[in-house]
Design a protein around this ligand. Structure first.
Ligand SMILES: C[S@@+](CC[C@H](N)C(=O)[O-])C[C@H]1O[C@@H](n2cnc3c(N)ncnc32)[C@H](O)[C@@H]1O
Ligand SMILES: [Zn+2]
Length: 281
């Protein structure tokens, strides 16, 4: 709750865009719109009907397990280094868009000891974890395709790691000289799993589409995180179950497919990490 108290003045009411203030176990705006703070410490700031529910319990558990095993450690470190190197020297917060369990946000906050963070997520299952991931991280339920309940100019850094993003909203919430750090999978990313177990490939035009969507920004850095990792069957299961393929496969289908592949299996991690600065300063 300390983190939520620290960032509440950077949030706004999703219904009327008014300011929010803590009022016992809820956040309240001057017009009387109230949002309960969940037992786990996150607060749902969705005005009206929830259109996106994000990842289900099975996907979130699988992602937590895969990330917890350290397979994306080099990605977390790269995000943390780039955020610390390029963020402006102000008190803007770090907003992790579609931040899942807040795993990468936690690494970024460790490398930026004076900043607070905010995980913005649609999935209740992910929010329960994100609210506790770091003492300086708050977590709010929100839809990244709707106007974010975040004040204009509140963020020094926006993280967008493998999640949906609305570039217009990123631009709005970034403060002067603020940066967005984006991670997107390259076509070879976890490709062996797609071949061995079956899954959805990565659009080869993704880097092109990303560059086009950030055309109003200045690109400050581009890094590739590439490595080979050896995965046991449990890790392969987690990697498949946390991704979009999980929606098409039952646990039994997945277990049967995995039983047929060698163990451990070498898999490629290939991720583009880019830093873009808004030109509006
Ligand atoms: C591939 S996961 C990435 C999570 C996190 N960034 C990470 O790398 O660990 C995509 C995330 O986007 C969330 N999500 C999907 N649609 C969303 C929406 N419309 N608004 C907010 N979050 C959404 C999902 O719940 C999921 O946690
Ligand atoms: Zn309101």
């Amino acid at each position: 709750m300390a983190a939520l108290d620290a960032v509440v003045d950077r949030l706004c009411c999703p219904v009327c865009r008014g300011s929010l203030r803590p009022d016992g176990r809820r956040l309240l705006c001057p017009a009387g719109h109230a949002f309960d703070i969940a037992r786990q410490g996150y607060v749902n700031l969705v005005g009206g009907h929830r259109r996106h529910h994000g990842d289900d319990a099975r996907m979130v558990t699988a992602r937590e397990r895969f990330l917890g095993a350290g397979h994306y450690g080099p990605l977390s470190s790269t995000l943390a280094e780039l955020a610390a190197a390029h963020a402006p020297a102000d008190d803007g917060i770090v907003v992790d868009l579609a931040g899942g369990t807040g795993h990468h946000l936690s690494a970024v906050l460790d490398a930026s000891p004076h900043r607070y963070g905010l995980c913005v997520e649609a999935s209740t299952h992910a929010l329960r974890r994100a609210a506790k991931v770091h003492p300086r991280a708050a977590a709010i339920g929100a839809d990244v395709w709707a106007p974010l309940p975040v004040r204009s100019g509140a963020a020094a850094v926006v993280l967008s790691v493998f999640g949906p993003r609305d570039v217009g909203e990123i631009e709005r919430i970034l403060g002067p000289w603020g940066v967005v750090v984006v991670a997107t999978p390259l076509p070879g990313h976890l490709a062996e799993l797609g071949r061995l177990v079956g899954g959805i490939g990565i659009d080869p035009r993704k880097p092109e589409r990303l560059a086009a969507s950030f055309r109003r920004f200045e690109r400050l850095a581009l890094h590739q995180v590439t490595r080979r990792i050896a995965l046991g069957h449990g890790d392969v299961h987690a990697a498949m179950a946390m991704g979009p393929s999980a929606r098409h496969l039952t646990d039994d289908d997945l277990a049967r497919a995995i039983a047929r592949i060698p163990e451990p299996v070498d898999v490629t991690v290939a991720v583009d990490v880019s830093v873009h600065r808004s030109q509006r300063h």
